[in-house]
Design a protein around this ligand. Structure first.
Ligand code: SIN
Length: 278
């Protein structure tokens, strides 16, 4: 079967056609997918409606070991898979909020693999932003200033009692992260596989620069956050049931749009463990 890769935007994202994740990938097919993942950072594999949890995990394991989320409970028989569900009647602001998965861990996620089980008749798209493109847009002076900085990341803001995930995710079992640990990661991250540099801070989990107060950090972090989500660095996934999208958490942000009130959306996510950012 021939595999076609079609870019989704001028910066990142591609659709891959000609794959059947249910039967598993040959080594040649996996190499093609892996290369597209490194080249495009976000890849969409359409038409995987019958994909079962074990097959979803088997595909994810081609990239590494699977993460068990410390604050969100996974599926009963598949703790590595998170059900991300917005029910029809949920009025809370589900989604919304740019982030990089698991940057609050000491060794954050390499990638996430989201399977669309049920999608609303319209809306519910996911946006992605390329953090290497955002880094490339910085002036040489700001690149030099950021080069030696680290930033403090924690789940405390998102997963604490009043955190946005605890409020939003009514249909997900979350536990609180009042005393979540803090980890320092470099503000500029070198991608372990491609060697490209990118910004590695995000609005959900980055609290401040290491050694700086929150107040001192805010103006520069806000500047970076605003730059990082500029339209020219983004792509948009319009979901169909059965789609599987994988994104590289080492160099992208994502944002789930909440624009389908009164409709259900059901996604299932596997998260692949990564390495310590350098
Ligand atoms: C996520 O943030 O992992 C899920 C994104 C989505 O539901 O589109």
């Amino acid at each position: 079967m021939s595999i076609d890769v079609l870019p989704l935007s001028g910066t990142l994202g591609a659709e891959i056609f000609g794959l059947d994740l249910q039967s598993g990938l040959s080594n040649a097919e996996f190499d093609r997918v892996h290369q597209a993942f490194l080249d495009y950072k976000v890849i969409v594999m359409r038409g995987q409606k019958a994909l079962q949890p074990d097959q979803h995990k088997a595909f994810a394991r081609r990239f590494g070991t699977l993460n068990i989320h410390p604050y969100v409970k996974g599926m009963k028989d598949h703790p590595e898979l998170l059900e991300i569900i917005k029910e029809k009647e949920d009025k809370v602001n589900f989604g919304g909020g740019w982030h990089t998965d698991m940057s609050f861990e000491e060794t954050p996620a390499l990638g996430s693999i989201l399977h669309a089980i049920e999608v609303p008749p319209y809306g519910g798209d996911t946006l992605f932003a390329d953090q290497q493109a955002a880094y490339n847009a910085l002036s040489p002076g700001l690149k030099a200033t950021l080069a030696d900085l680290k930033a403090v990341h924690s789940a405390s803001r998102e997963y604490s009692t009043h955190g946005s995930s605890a409020q939003k995710r009514q249909s997900m079992e979350t536990s609180q992260a009042e005393d979540a640990p803090e980890y320092e990661h470099p503000v500029i991250r070198t991608h372990p596989e491609t060697g490209r540099k990118g910004l590695y801070v995000n609005p959900a989990f980055t609290l401040r620069f290491a050694g700086w107060s929150m107040r001192e950090s805010k103006p520069l972090l806000d500047y970076l956050f605003n730059l990082s989500r500029e339209e020219r660095f983004t792509c948009r996934i319009r979901w169909q049931a059965g789609d599987v999208t994988m994104w590289d958490n080492r160099c992208t942000w994502h944002y789930a749009l909440n624009d389908y009130p009164g409709h259900r959306r059901h996604m299932r996510r596997a998260t692949v463990n990564g390495d310590k950012p350098v």
